[in-house]
Write a protein that binds this ligand. Structure first.
Ligand SMILES: NC(=O)c1ccc[n+]([C@@H]2O[C@H](COP(=O)([O-])OP(=O)(O)OC[C@H]3O[C@@H](n4cnc5c(N)ncnc54)[C@H](O)[C@@H]3O)[C@@H](O)[C@H]2O)c1
Length: 317
């Protein structure tokens, strides 16, 4: 079905879906936003509540709908599924959420969907792979939010440590959105100045220790927040908004989204995050950033962790 570039949908209106819808309403990227949830009343309630902000933000149509209402969207964002409980890893969610995806993705596919499928539920890399297989959509149109959030967390932590604007920090978390993720320090720079030089300039004389502490803090952010407030949702909502912005405006920005890998860095047939040019058509190309040998080895290990999980999945319907 021909897609409407100003229309999007959010499937799953829990903490993440509702925060995402609220953020998208304020963004003015779309003129129509459809909310879907297995609990229809929840979707209706969120649409009404968020709709009450429209007089302050600008006109748009936001309503609870069903699969027939979303077939012509340009972006469908899937946040449905169980979230992490304290001490649970993202990979612990896989069986529950693959079962949920088996009830969602075919509904989209059978309506000849022509837009982009943006996966947010965890484990996001596995579910991006699963969504591509279950939908049969071209790989370039199935993307996961990947490490866009982790990268924002990294920039935020670095900006606080260096006392500099986070938007001037060029750095990526790559690999799994999860415990095996990697901070790509070799390519990190602050407006062109290598990170180690900038650290020294700011009076930090132990770069390796600083980097290790910051990478750990970023990796454990979700665990820390979930222990305190049971879920994370504002950071991911802003990450989804940024991804949508890039697609709607055909920006060709470089974002660390999760996509199917085909040979880059020797990684094949698994989804994980690498810096990727993203356009209105979806994935354009991966960017071969410089990695140290240690980072490359960690990336391959991250890919292997994900591949082992995929090998154990039953994707038959
Ligand atoms: N990718 C990221 O960076 C990131 C960040 C935070 C959370 N998450 C993930 O997002 C997901 C949602 O988290 P949450 O905190 O919003 O959870 P939540 O429990 O608050 O919400 C999940 C929602 O999904 C709905 N749902 C379940 N099955 C459904 C189905 N078949 N069809 C439609 N809706 C269905 C539920 O009714 C519920 O409203 C989790 O998997 C979580 O781990 C991802």
């Amino acid at each position: 079905m021909k897609n409407n570039p100003k229309k999007a949908a959010v499937i799953g209106c829990g903490f993440v879906g509702a925060a995402t819808a609220f953020t998208l309403m304020q963004s003015k990227l779309f003129s129509e936003l459809v909310l879907l949830d297995a609990n229809h009343d929840k979707a209706v309630g969120e649409a009404e509540d968020i709709g009450h902000g429209i007089p302050f933000a600008g006109e748009m149509d936001i309503y609870a709908g069903d699969y027939d209402d979303i077939a012509d969207c340009s972006i469908i964002i899937v946040t449905a599924g169980a979230n992490q409980k304290p001490n649970e890893t993202r990979l612990d969610l896989v069986q529950k959420n693959v079962a949920i995806y088996k009830s969602i993705i075919p509904e989209i596919a059978k309506r000849n969907y022509e837009g982009i499928l943006l996966i947010v539920s965890n484990p996001v890399d596995i579910l991006t792979y699963v969504a591509q297989k279950l939908s049969g959509l071209p790989e370039r149109r199935v993307i996961g939010s990947g490490t866009v959030l982790d990268t924002a967390r990294l920039k935020y932590a670095l900006s606080q440590h260096l006392n500099v604007d986070s938007r001037n920090i060029h750095s990526f978390i790559i690999g799994e959105h999860g415990d095996s993720e990697i901070a790509a320090w070799s390519s990190t720079n602050i407006s062109g100045v290598p990170l180690d030089d900038f650290l020294e300039m700011r009076g930090h004389m132990h770069p390796d220790m600083d980097k290790q502490e910051i990478a750990e803090k970023v990796k454990n952010s979700a665990y820390d927040i979930i222990a305190k407030k049971h879920a994370t949702y504002y950071g991911i909502a802003m990450s989804v908004r940024r991804i949508c912005e890039c697609i709607v405006r055909d920006e060709k920005s470089i974002l660390p989204i999760s996509t199917v890998m085909h040979g880059d860095f020797g990684i094949e047939d698994v989804c994980l995050s690498m810096p990727t040019i993203l356009s209105a058509e979806g994935v354009e190309t991966h960017i071969p950033i410089e990695l140290s040998e240690k980072e490359h080895t960690s990336l391959k290990k991250s890919a292997d962790t994900l591949k082992n999980i995929i090998a154990g999945l039953d994707l038959s319907m």
